[in-house]
Design a protein around this ligand. Structure first.
Ligand code: ZN
Length: 262
């Protein structure tokens, strides 16, 4: 499931492939994925225009044309984007297809349809309306604010990190990775963590997200101390070689090392 690093990579991919090219066709192939806007509004916004700017807030990607609105893409469980020329490169579950005048296409593919296509006046407005917390990599997010976020609730720390209303961008995989790097079990209650533990989580959050982006969100390129490539019960912990365990926390399957995480 695409989380902050994955969506950041999609954003950079769109920047390197799809900006400043004239749009000559807009095809919405799954109307049920359009929310909070109409198909004709989206077509009207994009047709004949060029993508000029991109933005990201949490797991939400925004692309602006010269017009007033931004198109918003959410990737759900299975979404991604692909820029291609030949029909045989076209992905299998295209929900939105943009034709450019240079003969290339940009496809938004979302097999399981948990994603969303929408419009907004601005990424800030979208975040406000959806009550999203600060982006987990927002430079304005400092430790004091992070501590305040944790003090709002006494849920398990994993659930807190994944709550998009507290902090936007983390899902199941990266919340596990951050807690693994911080040496803290995902089932710990946020209210029971001491200041040093909260600091560890905060600093490891930035570290893990930046490293994942550097690795183009590809677990095969992650540092050798990362848990993500070993997300499977019984696999060896990359730090102590003990067995990785799995447990359902807040309805999500979580992986952790009982020896390295206290
Ligand atoms: Zn371990």
């Amino acid at each position: 499931m695409p989380e902050l690093p994955d969506v950041e990579i999609f954003k950079r991919y769109i920047e390197s492939t799809s900006l400043h090219k004239r749009i000559i066709g807009v095809h919405i192939l799954s109307r049920d994925m359009v929310k909070g806007a109409s198909v004709s509004e989206i077509k009207k916004l994009l047709d004949g225009e060029r993508f000029e700017t991109t933005a990201r807030h949490g797991k939400n990607l925004f692309i602006q044309t010269g017009g007033q609105s931004w198109i918003m893409l959410h990737f759900g469980m299975t979404g991604f984007v692909k820029y291609f020329k030949n029909e045989d490169e076209r992905p299998a579950h295209v929900r939105l297809l943009i034709d450019f005048s240079n003969g290339f296409y940009l496809a938004y593919d979302c097999q399981r349809k948990f994603g969303m296509i929408s419009l907004t006046e601005s990424p800030e407005r979208f975040a406000r309306e959806k009550k999203l917390g600060l982006d987990a990599l927002d430079p304005a997010l400092d430790f004091e604010q992070f501590e305040k976020i944790l003090s709002k609730t006494n849920s398990t720390i994993k659930t807190v990190l994944m709550n998009q209303n507290f902090l936007a961008g983390l899902g199941n995989v990266y919340s596990d990775e951050i807690l693994y790097q911080a040496g803290i079990r995902p089932a710990r209650k946020s209210g029971e963590l001491d200041r040093e533990e909260k600091k560890q989580i905060f600093f490891k959050m930035g570290h893990v997200l930046r490293k994942a982006i550097e690795a183009r969100a590809d677990p095969e390129r992650f540092p050798s101390s990362f848990l993500t490539p070993y997300r499977s019960a019984g696999k060896p912990c990359p730090k102590c070689e003990g067995s990785i365990e799995k447990k359902k926390i807040g309805g999500r399957t979580s992986y952790f090392c009982p020896r390295c995480q206290g």
